[in-house]
Ligand binder design. Structure first.
Ligand code: SF4
Length: 325
């Protein structure tokens, strides 16, 4: 799968299954397709995650001998194999702890799904089962906010301390709170992600009511002091109506702080239909922004290929600088 093809597949974001039943794990509670079934397709050095739907311009077909192909208008565009996720994604136990949220970001399915909150014992048991497969290479923990960001950080820190025993790198993605970077670093996390979600302040105000973009940026700056360069990440959603100029400025601002932006194509989740503009970016737009990000990271002396956890390690949903391009 070449770079242009991966960009095209991400731009579509979905696939329909012809004659295949992928050996998938449980339905994911994290990431763009929360609550939906996904497949992970690997071809050469690249991986892509696609949501399984009944009607997609892309079709996954069995070629026999463990090989599968992705077709568009009956023309094969990529050939590879399916990867079984461990927990949410391949090789990682990526666990959503609180599957609910007090915030109401208009693109996010988690508040609508209003799921449960996993206990520490349950998370440890899940990681233990993942380790038993022999494929566990990292633990990534994410969470909505059940009651307050501060309580959620304390809950995460307890879990991090408990899962240190598995002796694999641990990454955490949460809403920042007072001293959250210090607390999570001390607990044993090696990487952290605080999501800015939208870099256009005007759009941000509409799609993330009750959340402060400036506070997240301040937390990111502080996170670099504690976790170091190349260890701090932030999701930036593409397709909420933001302009590319504002995006470029924001990407530069993050990189200059030492933060790696995760450029994520918006996923118009069925539970959020009609609540805000959500337009899947074209392949050309994704490529253009990814190439820009790669240039900015190079200038800031940051690397996308040293991440040990979360999305820069997985690469399924995005074009990752220094991994895909
Ligand atoms: S890139 Fe991130 S959100 Fe996407 S499947 Fe991988 S770990 Fe999940």
């Amino acid at each position: 799968m070449d770079l242009d093809t991966k960009a095209r597949l991400i731009s579509v974001g979905t696939v329909e299954l012809a004659d295949i039943r992928p050996s998938s794990g449980p339905v994911s509670a994290a990431g763009p397709g929360a609550g939906e079934e996904n497949v992970f397709f690997r071809s050469g050095e690249r991986r892509v995650r696609l949501s399984v739907v009944e009607s997609s311009p892309l079709r996954l077909v069995d070629r026999g001998g463990g090989e599968v192909a992705i077709e568009e208008r009956e023309i094969e565009v990529a050939r590879g194999r399916l990867e079984a996720p461990l927990l949410h994604c391949p090789e990682q136990a990526y666990i959503t702890v609180s599957e609910r949220c007090i915030y109401d970001c208009k693109f996010c399915a988690v508040p609508k799904l209003a799921g449960g909150v996993k206990s520490l014992q349950k998370v440890v048991a899940m990681v233990d089962r993942a380790r038993a497969t022999g494929n566990l290479q990292a633990i990534s923990l994410t969470s909505g906010v059940e009651r307050s960001p501060r309580e959620e950080v304390a809950r995460m820190a307890d879990i991090v301390r408990s899962v240190c025993r598995f002796d694999v790198p641990i990454g955490v993605s949460v809403t920042p709170a007072f001293r959250s970077s210090e607390i999570l670093k001390e607990a044993g996390a090696v990487e952290i992600k605080y999501n800015v979600e939208c870099l256009d302040p005007e759009v941000f105000g509409q799609v993330c009511p009750g959340v402060s973009l400036d506070a997240i940026k301040t937390a990111l700056k502080n996170a670099v002091r504690h976790f170091g360069r190349n260890r701090v990440f932030s999701n930036v959603i593409i397709g909420l109506g933001e302009s590319d100029n504002i995006l470029r400025e924001g990407i530069e601002e993050l990189a200059e702080m030492g933060v790696l932006p995760v450029l994520r194509a918006v996923y118009p989740h069925p539970l959020r239909q009609g609540e805000t503009m959500m337009e899947r970016p074209s392949a050309d737009r994704l490529l253009d922004l990814a190439r820009y990000t790669r240039r900015v990271l190079d200038r800031c002396d940051l690397r996308g290929d040293v991440a040990e956890t979360m999305c820069y390690r997985c690469t399924g949903c995005d074009l990752i600088p220094h991994r895909d391009l």
